[in-house]
Design a protein around this ligand. Structure first.
Ligand code: ATP
Ligand code: MG
Length: 506
């Protein structure tokens, strides 16, 4: 009876006593114990009447049982739908209603607060005890449950996008999508059962869940499973790890801590970064401090991972690397699914499109949006802008929605951000287009200044202006203590646009 994900990720290790999860408290969970816990949950979900294809929303803190719910859903052919733990009442109601979830699984402690939310949706609230016991409201089943047949095209998960450019969309991911990506990543990053992955990411995003967990399960690798990035925990556990996956803010925080030394991480095999752009300065400083070149890769909820710098070849700072095996990437202009694509020349900037077994099955409940972004021949328009250099490495230039059109000219924010970020007086910057009565949009620089020698606006502009065409000159510099970021470290430009919408108002 085939079930592609179960057969590759869970079944092969279900009798292994090797450690799957090292928990921060010091206790371990073996692969066998994990599979058993998932099997009991699968039985409880079946006894509660959930059937193949039903969506199971899950809003729980990071824990071993939280991962076992994912495995249980895979086992039963249920569609796993993880939700950000920060979502509250109205947001939860939206995701539950939009997805038509039949169950909402939460931690026992959160159940009283979530009961009124679940009551407004078709979902049954189920609470999960710390040992993984599910209270579904139905009588407890006698024994672990069987594995349900699934085809490679059956849905395994719906993952909502981060909502950086608008309302989050539910990306439908199939067994084929997730498995092909895990296989490619294990191949190119040479993940084996000798690896111990340091995991401090949330598990409701593609990065912390599929990239990190599916690859570890597939390879039989152990995971050091930390609730969040806590520097004391990190210092304690890094000596036991062989690999780490993080977002750029992890690496800046590590650099801010003098305990992160060459000796502490000399034994490590690989540091990986993704989900947001890694500053060239962070890349260089990390190499300088630790002797490790961070490997940057690029992906998104709809497609899992798309490109990666090579493990053994040149890792190019500022590039997200080469397409994964089986994934095609091209740069096109113009950029809609209705217009035939024109492939731009090497080095030219355009829309990043890709095709491959990792590309999702469409957005849940959004056929029009799906048609806008998925061409009939399988090419997906990512909404990101980029270029491919002569060696085939992809460089991300930014998001199409962040492109600024000022007085009829196109301005790519990243070009200016890179110049500002290179200045000693600047910690980091974000270039944003704000509404302007004459120009349509005006180029504005949000700058986090270095506390020790803070810059002034005129001085900054004087330094960068000679290298930029006049229309690209920022019309204003706004100094901020920090840039707004979400939990994955992505800068929230939409929030800056909203907060400062009146800046140039008459
Ligand atoms: P939404 O689609 O709802 O607006 P989102 O695009 O931020 O939100 P995700 O799918 O979590 O949601 O993020 C994918 C995006 O993150 C990519 O499209 C890209 O813009 C950005 N990204 C991921 N990795 C990198 C990277 N290494 N460098 C630059 N950007 C990256
Ligand atoms: Mg997106």
């Amino acid at each position: 009876m085939p079930n592609p994900l179960y057969d590759a990720l869970i079944g092969p290790h279900s009798t292994s006593d090797a450690v799957f999860l090292h928990l921060a408290c010091g206790s371990d969970v073996s692969f066998r114990a994990f599979a058993d816990m998932a099997g009991r949950m699968a039985a409880a979900l079946a006894a509660a009447g959930l059937a193949k294809g039903d969506r199971v929303a899950v809003q729980v803190e990071k824990s071993a049982p939280a991962l076992a719910v994912y495995a249980a859903c895979v086992q039963r052919g249920l569609v796993f739908l993880p939700l950000n733990t920060a979502y509250t009442g109205a947001e939860l109601t939206y995701f539950m209603t939009d997805s038509g979830a039949r169950a909402l699984i939460c931690d026992a402690a959160a159940a009283p607060a979530l009961a009124p939310v679940a009551a407004q949706t078709p979902a049954t609230l189920m609470s999960m005890a710390a040992d993984g016991t599910l209270d579904t409201g139905a009588p407890a089943p006698p024994c672990p449950d069987k594995v349900i047949d699934c085809s490679p095209d059956d849905l395994a998960a719906i993952l909502y996008t981060s909502g950086t450019t608008g309302r989050s969309k539910g990306a439908m991911l199939t067994h084929r999508n997730l498995l092909s990506n895990a296989q490619s990543l294990c191949d190119i990053w040479e993940i084996t059962d000798a690896d111990r992955l340091l995991h401090a990411l949330p598990i409701f995003h593609t990065h912390g869940l599929f990239v990190a967990i599916n690859t570890s399960l597939l390879a039989g690798a152990s995971v050091i499973f930390l609730p969040r990035l806590d520097m004391d925990d990190l210092i304690r556990w890094l000596p036991h790890a062989t690999t780490m996956m993080g977002v750029p803010t992890f690496y800046t925080r590590m650099l801010a801590d003098p305990r992160v030394t060459h000796d502490l991480v000399a034994h490590m095999r690989l540091f990986i970064s993704g989900s947001a752009p890694l500053l060239a300065q962070t890349h260089a400083d990390f190499l300088d401090r630790t002797g490790h070149l961070i490997l940057e890769r690029y992906g998104m909820t709809e497609t899992n991972m798309i490109t990666s710098n090579p493990l053994r070849g040149d890792r190019v700072a500022g590039s997200v690397g080469l397409p994964l095996p089986g994934v095609e990437v091209r740069i096109t202009e113009p950029a809609t699914a209705d217009t035939p694509p024109t492939i731009v020349a090497d080095g030219q900037t355009g829309m990043i499109e890709l095709r491959g077994p990792n590309v999702f099955a469409g957005y849940w409940n959004m056929p029009e949006k799906t048609a806008e972004e998925l061409r009939p021949d399988g090419w997906f328009l990512t909404g990101d802008l980029g270029c491919i250099d002569a060696r085939g490495y992809l460089h991300i230039v930014g998001r199409a929605k962040d492109l600024i059109i000022t007085g009829g000219y196109n301005v790519y924010p990243k070009e200016i951000e890179l110049m500002l970020d290179a200045l000693a007086e600047v910690v980091e910057s974000a270039i944003v287009g704000l509404p302007h009565p004459d120009l349509g949009e005006a180029v504005v620089a949000f700058v986090v200044p270095q506390p020790h020698h803070p810059p002034d606006e005129a001085g900054l502009l004087e330094r960068i202006s000679p290298q930029l065409a006049r229309f690209k000159h920022p019309r204003a510099v706004i100094f901020v203590a920090e840039l707004p970021r979400n939990v994955m470290g992505k800068v929230q430009k939409a929030q800056l646009r909203t907060d400062y919408a009146e800046h140039f108002a008459d």
